[in-house]
Design a protein around this ligand. Sequence first.
Ligand code: HAM
Length: 419
Amino acid sequence: MAQPTFSTHVGMVDILPDEVGKWQKLEQIIREEAKKFNFEEIRTPILEQTELIARGVGQLTDIVSKEMFAFERGDDHYVLRPECTAPVARAFVEHHLDQRGGTQNLYYIGPMFRAEKPQKGRQRQFHQFGAEIIGAADPAADVDIIALMMSIYDRVGIANTTLKINSVGDPESRKAYKKALKDYFRPNLSKMSEISQERFEKNPLRILDSKEEEDQPFIEDAPLITDYLTEETAEHYGRVKELLDNLEISYEEDPYMVRGLDYYTRTAFEVISPDLGAQDALGGGGRYDLLIEEIGGQSTPAVGFAAGMERLMIACEELNIELVDEEMLDVYIVTLGEKARKWAVKHLPKLRKSGLSASMDYIGRSIKSQMKDADRENARHTIIVGDHELSEGKFTLRNMKASEEDAYTFDEILRRLTE
Ligand code: HAM
């Protein structure tokens, strides 16, 4: 076979027709669960202003400093969105969504872009579903967000997940904690990895995220953020845990969990799956009470999550969960000869107008291969048309599953299929 001339960019993946069914099924589950939780969909552009992402996600994060697909056109700086929280916050401010009253419970499904090194579960174009509650400071909102995320995994059938939670504090708690961390790491800094030495000055919390072996012994005994929380923040965290307990959502506290985005305050969480290998985070999120003000809005508390759809698909494969698309084709018209094809071209629209999905062969294949095609398309019925049927005015209607057939006029067929 000839080598194809073009291929996708590294880390960007086609979703081919045979796989689309499971994506549609997953999207359907997400939409149904979001509806139960009273979330409305929001769709923002794929391209955002680079400055929004830099300010929102944080200049020093890997996402902004290393992984942005960004370009300029005239005076405008564009970036392919690496995540959707900052864009949703922008839309909230730009369109004064607060004026709709109450909290804004929004969800999204779509592609995100990060120029990371691709590996299993890590792509450069990947898909997230996510949800945000904007305008609520109450711990009940944190827990509702977590409950929505977990209910989607539940519906899909992914049960063996671990929910990890932490509080990353507010600026006041974090200032005290950063100082404690620096005092703790300073004496051993020269023995630690280069990356951690760099993070020491810029953002010592990120040292806790280090995967470097030489850092692990020091990280193990590092001070805990939970010992530095202000009274209010500690109380918020306590309430979140209490509400999770009430809902019987089990969790593990991970006081060293720092997320890779800078906007978090108070609650942070991640859902880990043992079925994913190295990239084991199915999803994550947290509270971001300062982001909206940071990007020019009024001070507005908010909390949300996002989850990787490719990672969810990998977990399904490992667990032998089939996300089946039950879509079937209602009718396939099998034709023999030119006259029959003309008949089919005329009658297909009538079937479709009656609400049936219908297809036919366009390339004059044999009856056998048309029947095979009908099977592949998962057709419920075939209508078989040849010269004999045309002269009789009666056509063979075959029920493909029951392997039963009989002859009817077209009007009778229409009635049988639509009643
Ligand atoms: P995040 O932790 O950066 O959070 O991403 C959420 C999820 O997206 C990850 O747990 C992972 O499943 C998936 N993901 C991230 N990068 C990749 C990649 N390169 N390839 C495949 N999957 C990936 C956020 O994006 C925040 N916006 C979450 C949030 C919403 N926080 C508050 N609201």
